[in-house]
Design a protein around this ligand. Sequence first.
Ligand code: SF4
Length: 87
Amino acid sequence: MIISVASGKGGTGKTTIATNLAVSLGANVQLLDCDVEEPNAHLFIHPVVESVKTITTPVPEVDMGKCTFCRKCNEICQFKAIAVIGE
Ligand code: SF4
């Protein structure tokens, strides 16, 4: 069985619900904290960490020496996550 606890908004109690569910379900549980910014479920359940792997998230950068402020990136981005300000 897979139980997902998700919300787009922070501070709604996702970690509280997920960690308490995991603890109440017993020892044969995998708790995956997929918070990309600040995973912190481990602070509440104090797991035995068997291995650690460093991961990175690529962050795009605009080469301001080449940007013409054409705003095409703003038009194309399906998430409307890019704003072009100024000229
Ligand atoms: S506005 Fe966006 S698409 Fe246009 S040149 Fe600059 S970075 Fe590229």
